[in-house]
Design a protein around this ligand. Structure first.
Ligand SMILES: *Cc1c(COP(=O)(O)O)cnc(C)c1O
Length: 397
């Protein structure tokens, strides 16, 4: 079926929630995807930071095939081994002691928000329920998580929003001190704002925020849905930022392309959930957990983390070099393989131009080009990105 026909049927049968680019992807391998006509695209989007090990990594495919032959789903009424082993692996390699599994980022943040409220109610009474989040943040599209998201464009038309959220500017400690009261249950933030334009949290800010939260028994919750699973060069971004949160959420890269989310917490905090507090039919499903376990094994035992770290440095250097040469590049920001390039012009035509040259990149907040390739990206592939980008941006100077 040609793309045009698919587009028409898409318009006819799907709700109009996405502005899609005019290709239909049928196959992926490593850092490339292929469209219906067989054209190859170098993929610096990776399903928006999802395909951490590239497309169809053999270990992940094998784990899915093997698990599918035994058991796809069983329900959380029973024990299943992949879920327990995945939780164990995440606990072994993070600050956390306990894990709750769900199916997406928004659901992971919903779990974190519920956990924070329950913890605060149990330890400090029913008046403690407020959550402080950051402006330009992104936490998901369910009612509670779009309320947590500090962007009016995400919230517009969906009022009334969930009560109990307060917003402060990112990287601004006095702003948090000013709004934190006895009613504050938690502060939730992304260590690097991804959708919000790739803004990295300052280490000194995070250190002070950590101390402030500790003094008041306010939970510090990190949304690492985009920054987790090796994206920034370590398994989790907090490892490089000098502090540990009380709660952390994961999704995107966790399943290497299979939908799965997780909310991780310390024992003290996790104890506020008891049977009946929270649940998910598909959460921690054996298929998704088997895929995630395979991803984690490759990250921890292979050289993917190290490769990602080296390639992150190489990409950042190349982008900074573009900035020096091209006046329409305003700033380059990021950590590891989560890099953003802010332009002085609209980024959408740049994305379309790159697409027509066989390169997938993403644009967020109108002017910020975002690069989130698989961690297995090579120097040669990064060179190809930089060449194409220089051509496309160069003709706009
Ligand atoms: C993508 C994202 C989410 C939402 O995840 P979904 O799986 O789309 O619900 C939440 N927080 C951050 C930081 C994200 O990048």
């Amino acid at each position: 079926m040609p793309t045009e026909e698919l587009r028409q049927d898409s318009d006819r049968y799907l709700m109009n929630t996405y502005a899609r680019l005019p290709i239909s992807i049928v196959r992926g391998r490593g850092c490339c995807v292929y469209d219906l006509e067989g054209r190859e695209y170098l993929d610096f989007v990776a399903g928006i930071a999802v395909n951490t090990l590239g497309h169809c990594h053999p270990d992940v495919v094998a784990a899915i095939q093997k698990q599918a032959q035994h058991l796809l789903h069983a329900s959380n009424l029973y024990y299943t081994e992949p879920q327990v082993r995945l939780a164990q692996a995440l606990v072994d390699h993070s600050f956390a002691d306990k894990v709750f599994f769900c199916n997406s980022g928004a659901e992971a943040n919903e779990a974190a928000i519920k956990l924070a409220r329950r913890y605060a109610h149990q330890h400090h009474g029913p008046d403690r329920s407020e959550i402080i989040t950051m402006r330009q943040s992104f936490h998901g599209r369910t009612l509670a998580t779009l309320t947590a998201t500090g962007q009016e464009k995400v919230q517009a038309g969906f009022e009334p929003l969930v009560p109990g959220f307060t917003y402060v500017p990112f990287n601004d400690l006095p702003a948090v001190e000013k709004v934190m009261t006895d009613r504050t249950a938690a502060v939730m933030l992304e260590p690097i704002q991804g959708e919000g334009g790739v803004h990295v949290a300052d280490r000194t800010y995070l250190k002070s925020l950590r101390e402030l939260c500790r003094q008041r028994d306010v939970l510090l919750m990190f949304d690492e849905i985009q920054t987790g699973m090796g994206r920034t060069g370590t398994l989790f971004a907090y490892e490089q930022l000098g502090i540990e949160p009380d709660v952390m959420t994961l999704a995107k890269g966790l399943g290497g392309g299979v939908p799965i989310g997780a909310c991780l917490a310390t024992d003290t905090v996790a104890a506020s959930f008891t049977p009946g507090s929270h649940a998910s039919t598909f959460g921690g499903n054996p298929l998704a957990c088997a895929a995630a376990l395979a991803v984690l094994h490759v990250l921890l035992e292979g050289r993917a983390l190290e490769q990602g770290r080296r390639m992150g440095d190489y990409l950042a250097k190349g982008l900074l070099d573009c900035q020096e040469r091209l006046p329409i590049v305003k700033e380059v920001r990021g950590l590891g393989l989560l890099q953003g390039m802010e332009l002085t012009i609209d980024g959408k035509p740049v994305v379309t131009d790159c697409l027509s040259r066989g390169l997938l990149i993403n644009c967020t907040m109108d002017r910020v080009l975002r690069f989130v390739p698989p961690l297995i990206i090579t120097q040669r592939e990064i060179d190809r990105l930089l060449d194409t980008l220089s051509q496309v941006l160069g003709k706009r100077v």
